[in-house]
Design a protein around this ligand. Structure first.
Ligand SMILES: [Zn+2]
Length: 230
C-alpha cells in the first residue's frame, strides 16, 4: 500500500481509474484513505492532502471520542474489542462450564455459571485476553529484537492505567499493558519496538527518537493514536 505522510497523518493512497479525488476517514480509528485518479501527480496529491488536514483531524477526533468505552457490563450484545476488531459478547449461563472463545468471527462467547458476578466475568474475559496476547507477542518480540539488534530476557503482561508498556533496562524485562489486546496489531508492535529501543537508549531524547524513526517510521502517528485511546 502506498502511504502518504502529512503532519503525522498516514494516508493510504489508492490509485484508480476515476475522475475525482475522493478522501475519506473511516471508523473505528479514523484511518484515512484517498482514492486518486491515475493522472494526478504526487505533488498535486500532496497539496490536496495538506489542504485537507484540518478536515481530516476533525473527523478523526469524532471517531476517537466516540470510541471511548463506557464501563463494561458483560451482558450479551455488548461490544468488546480484540485486535481492534469489534465483537459482540454472547454470555451463555446455561451450562456449567466456564470459558471464553471467539465464535463465527463476530462473537466473543463467555460461558459461565448463572451465579457469576460481574467482576468474575471481567476476570474471565481478561484472562482470555492475556492468553491471546501470550500467543501473539513472542513472535513480535523476536521480530523487533532482530530489527533493532537487541535481546530482552523476559516479557510480561499486566494491567496498567497510565502507560502502554515499560522496560526494566537492567533486567531487560518488558511489561505490556493487557489493554493492548484490544488495540490494532501495529499499535502492539509500536509499543514493543519502543520498549526494546530503551535497551539502546534509556531516555526519550533525540537519540531515542532518531532510533525510532529508523526502526518504526510511523511511530509518531501510532503514538498519537494510542494516547487518544488511553
Ligand atoms: Zn519509553
Amino acid at each position: 500500500m502506498e502511504i502518504l505522510q502529512i503532519a503525522n497523518i498516514d494516508i493510504d493512497i489508492i490509485r484508480k481509474d476515476i475522475k475525482n479525488i475522493h478522501l475519506a476517514v473511516y471508523p473505528p480509528i479514523g484511518r484515512v484513505r484517498v482514492a486518486v485518479p491515475l493522472r494526478v501527480t504526487d505533488e498535486a496529491l500532496r497539496l490536496f492532502a495538506i489542504s485537507k488536514i484540518s478536515w481530516i483531524r476533525k473527523n478523526q477526533r469524532r471517531f476517537l471520542s466516540q470510541d471511548r468505552q463506557s464501563p463494561r457490563e458483560y451482558i450479551s450484545g455488548e461490544s468488546h474489542y480484540f485486535l481492534w476488531h469489534r465483537y459482540l459478547l454472547e454470555v451463555d449461563e446455561s451450562i456449567l462450564t466456564q470459558g471464553v472463545e471467539l465464535k463465527w468471527k463476530t462473537q466473543i462467547r463467555l460461558t459461565c455459571a448463572p451465579s457469576t458476578t460481574l467482576q468474575q466475568k471481567e476476570s474471565l474475559v481478561n484472562e482470555w485476553y492475556r492468553s491471546q496476547l501470550k500467543e501473539i507477542i513472542p513472535e513480535l518480540i523476536t521480530k523487533w529484537e532482530e530489527k533493532i539488534g537487541v535481546k530482552s530476557n523476559d516479557w510480561r503482561v499486566k494491567n496498567m492505567t497510565t502507560r502502554w508498556g515499560s522496560c526494566n533496562i537492567l533486567a531487560k524485562r518488558i511489561w505490556l499493558n493487557l489493554e493492548l489486546a484490544k488495540k490494532p496489531l501495529y499499535a502492539i508492535e509500536y509499543v514493543i519496538a519502543h520498549e526494546l529501543t530503551h535497551l539502546l537508549e534509556k531516555h526519550h531524547n533525540e537519540r531515542f527518537k532518531g532510533l525510532m524513526d529508523s526502526y518504526f517510521p510511523t511511530w509518531r502517528s501510532v503514538k498519537l493514536e494510542l494516547n487518544n485511546l488511553m
